[in-house]
Design a protein around this ligand. Sequence first.
Ligand SMILES: Nc1ncnc2c1ncn2[C@@H]1O[C@H](COP(=O)(O)OP(=O)(O)OP(=O)(O)O)[C@@H](O)[C@H]1O
Ligand SMILES: N[C@@H](CCO)C(=O)O
Length: 322
Amino acid sequence: MAVYTDITEGELEAFLKNYDVGQLLSYKGIAEGSENSNFLLHTASGAYILTLYEKRVDAADLPFFLGLMDHLARKGINCPLPVHRRDGAVIGKIAGRPAALITFLEGMWMRRPTVTHCREVGKALAGMHLAVADFPLSRPNALSVEGWRKLWDGARPRADEVEPGLVAEVDADFAELSARWPSDLPSGVIHADLFPDNVFFLGDRLSGVIDFYFACNDLYAYDLATCLNAWCFEKDHAFNLTKGTALLAGYQSVRPLTAAEKDALPMLARGSALRFMLTRLYDWLTIPDGALVQKRDPFEYIRRLRFQRQIRSASEYGLGEA
Ligand SMILES: Nc1ncnc2c1ncn2[C@@H]1O[C@H](COP(=O)(O)OP(=O)(O)OP(=O)(O)O)[C@@H](O)[C@H]1O
Ligand SMILES: N[C@@H](CCO)C(=O)O
């Protein structure tokens, strides 16, 4: 459930007076999502999403996130376009929260992505990596190795209760990642959370990428590694080589990887699996049952992490197969 802050019709009408979107026809809260409050609006000029930014998003980061969407949409990437207010701003306030209006994208996210969806997401990711080259803003990745360590410090004392042996496993991951994490690969602004629930399709056609609220500056190949984990495993946790092949081929059809990026991919995929395992584990241990925030399963990513520890070469993901 993701309507943490409710709004009245009066508040919404007053908010919309700042925009050229015409009269409000209807609005309703959207249940999906877990970080912010989202509403679907219909006005005389079309459909929009209103997002109220909740506590886990730092208001100081909003110009970066909204500026990025604006930049990508104008470069032809299928992502929401922030609607500018009459005074030119894109960030307003409603019910005491910072808020923005963005265009509505048609489509739905794929609960079971196919090989074709994996290829399309690879192409779209590479397209975004090319399109950010002249984006002027930057934001450090708070969820890279040092950020993971803080999460681990919080979760470690109880990690063995969740999964016996996890403390020793993850301590060893940190030792290896600290020694081998690459820093000299091509980098720029990455999406950093390109999971299936953040990509819409109309049939086989990718119609939209949403949720840029983890976007930051980091290695492009790390973004691709996150997609390998998020898109190419089956419900039984088995890696699907055909999907991996398609994702990587789709990406490389738009932006070929360098030899160093290919070499680093297993380490990056291991780090990315650790990152999502840790945020999930941290929430699992700290968010009380019954809280509105949706908790995601850390066990899925404990499995991913164990898989990634065994990988020695990107050819095991299907690199160069198609
Ligand atoms: N531009 C858009 N067009 C259509 N639907 C959208 C758009 N933006 C958001 N949504 C809808 O709102 C839901 C939540 O959006 P989003 O993923 O950005 O929220 P969130 O709270 O940041 O969630 P999380 O970070 O957990 O994925 C999406 O699943 C989708 O249904
Ligand atoms: N994509 C993240 C949730 C944050 O958007 C996860 O699956 O853990």
